[in-house]
Design a protein around this ligand. Sequence first.
Ligand code: PLP
Ligand code: TYF
Length: 397
Amino acid sequence: HFAAVEMVPGDPILGLSEAYVADTRPGKVNLGVGIYYDEQGRIPLLRAVREVEQALALEAKPRGYLPIDGLATYNVATQKLVFGEDSPLLAAGRVATAQTIGGSGALRIGADLLKQVLPIAKIAISNPSWENHRVVFGSAGFEVLTYAYYDAATHGLDFPGMLADLGKLEPGTVVLLHACCHNPTGVDLNAEQWQQVVELVKERKLLPFIDMAYQGFDVGIDADATAVRLFAASGIEAFIVANSYSKSFSLYGERVGALSVVGKDRDEAARVLSLVKRTIRSNYSSPSTHGGALVSGVLNSTELKAMWEQELAEMRERIHAMRAGMVEKLAAAGAPQFAFIQEQAGMFSYSGLTKAQVDRLREEYAIYAVGTGRICVAALNRANLDTVVNAVAAVSR
Ligand code: PLP
Ligand code: TYF
């Protein structure tokens, strides 16, 4: 049966982590995978999460199935976080939300949903984008196009190129947009630029699909959702948001995310939810209980939500401090050309390092980065910063 199966190349980012684990050199640093590490180099278990987890352990509740669309308290809290407490869309009942298996599950359920209803299955993703966007939408039967995004010359946004490419898309094309903390570049749109994209998308009758995997990792929960809020206020009848709590709750392995589909009115949203549920049923039937209960427990307690917001703020402030420290130290080490790292947002920076330089970092200095030059600045800390800076300065000479 399987004789003809060929070896499929693995995920390059996750493959890097395997190589890192196998590396026996002391002082090795993994700037590859997108995970937030604390000052001690550990994946944090947030205090707010721990509180809920301990309470849940004491309750020792039975583990029946969740509904197909997940925990209702989780979905309602998610809607408020994504669309805002006072969102008119929520008041109008226009949003259908389902708990999913991480942000990845939301992308896949969203893709499978759209494939069933759209007359053309085309999606445009940014150049570059998270590689799984292409994999997920391609596997769901979409033709995957790209739009200009990153400008290597400025290490910033090619906004004219982006508008020009979006303006050429066929009406009905899905446009995948990163809400904030763009993966892999760290380059985001400002509010004025978002507003221009909203207007173009509206005029060209495109269907926005917003991927929000890093809400709260740059400026704050509401500020980082600017794209969602502007689309919501635009009068556009339909758009989609996939959000993930993997990073914002430091719950990577619990697989917590949600898919929210905005419809024209309450009735349309109800019909869409029925199709979302059938799509989930045909994939994995229902999501798992534990991660959703943790997130819901935090978001539905005033006290724990405030604690979580504080912990999230600490994570993003630490990232900002690491960006600033890296830029300052690189300049002191004779590499002032990296000042742009401080302008980029979130966990990642497209550092501009070439494949050859990345190879040298790994081979000579045991520092792991993605071949594209993407580094995870959220893996820097006071103990490894000098090592990284000196190595980057050395390979840049
Ligand atoms: N979207 C982007 C842009 C991401 O970087 C990630 C990261 O993992 C995801 C989606 C998927 O999130 P999750 O790990 O919750 O599936
Ligand atoms: O881009 C990253 O590093 C994260 C983690 O197949 C990730 O989004 C990477 C690859 C992958 C799944 C998650």
